[in-house]
Design a protein around this ligand. Sequence first.
Ligand SMILES: Cc1cc2nc3c(=O)[nH]c(=O)nc-3n(C[C@H](O)[C@H](O)[C@H](O)COP(=O)(O)OP(=O)(O)OC[C@H]3O[C@@H](n4cnc5c(N)ncnc54)[C@H](O)[C@@H]3O)c2cc1C
Length: 341
Amino acid sequence: MNIADYKDIYVFCEVKDGKIHDSSLELLGEASRLVNNRPSLGYKVVGLIIGNYDEHLIDDIGYFGADKVIYLKNEGINHYSTEIFTSLFMDVINNDKPDIILVPATVLGRDLAPRVAARCDTGLTADATKLDFDPENLESPLLYVTRPAFGGNLFGTIINETKRPQMTTIRPGVMEKLKKHTGRQFIKDIRNVDISTIKDSVKVLEVLQKDHMAVDITKADIIVSGGRGIGDNFHILEECAKMMGAEVGASRGAVDKGYIKKDHQVGQTGKTVRPKVYIACGISGAVQHLAGMEKSDYIIAINKDPEAAIFGVANIGFVGDALEILPLITEEIKRYRERPF
Ligand SMILES: Cc1cc2nc3c(=O)[nH]c(=O)nc-3n(C[C@H](O)[C@H](O)[C@H](O)COP(=O)(O)OP(=O)(O)OC[C@H]3O[C@@H](n4cnc5c(N)ncnc54)[C@H](O)[C@@H]3O)c2cc1C
């Protein structure tokens, strides 16, 4: 293997509900940031999409940051198949020699990326939270991939010096997507692929949709989040959230106690959120919780304990009882909303 033959950053673009999954758009944004920070490499951002889709999806990949989109098209691909996607991905790796491959750490990505990495005998850093090129050598394409380890108590930076491609999966919500720019120019490379020789031993009989009533806190602008300190008083958070058009989040402490469902959990083993405002009530601020919310634009913390770690990341902190303070906030917002103009 000649490492110098490998170039560019490839982003696997996953499609969900007829749209490019946000987590892939975020990776296109991150790949653009990386190539812009290291112009000496002359790398491009390449989006890779596999299946049978409308052309507008291909355009979206370009509008969100790809310089080139490789579309592996076959009318027979109507759903994800580990074997078919892995084989087609391998053809691209052998043919185009990508230096770096970013895959979203979604359920699909977590299935696909390790298969591909194993098949081309390279390393895979899973669940990364930070990417950067080698800070010592400004000509180097070596990717420094940081991820939490030992239950989030340590962060490790992993490099792959000897194998290519350099592969990593990245958690949804961690990176920032670019604004959609419909005037962006990019290359479309549409390849009609043959899947007749790929042996797929899995037959998909039916695809069942998940309960759509489940909350999606990752899209919320404001999150009112509760921890173990709230006890079984989450209705107080719900009232406050309703008044602000916010969603309710939670720490794992609260979820484990059964105060609220796991869908609401923020953190390393929950969801990563970056709302405009995050209000943490009765949450101590363990590293595993901070990992999921510290990139919020503005953090407000309410905690009885002035030494609580959550105050370390908060823009504004209230030392006091959240069960007393929150109803006052709710009342004040209500009064403000109902004021005569
Ligand atoms: C591998 C691993 C993964 C994990 N993943 C996650 C994760 O994804 N998300 C997550 O959150 N945690 C996660 N954890 C757990 C994490 O380490 C903490 O145990 C958890 O975040 C604590 O939840 P908490 O802050 O609600 O509870 P506590 O740590 O018990 O804190 C409660 C806080 O409430 C305050 N308080 C009490 N009463 C009041 C009141 N009336 N008003 C105001 N403040 C009050 C207390 O002062 C205290 O600071 C993980 C742990 C491990 C090992």
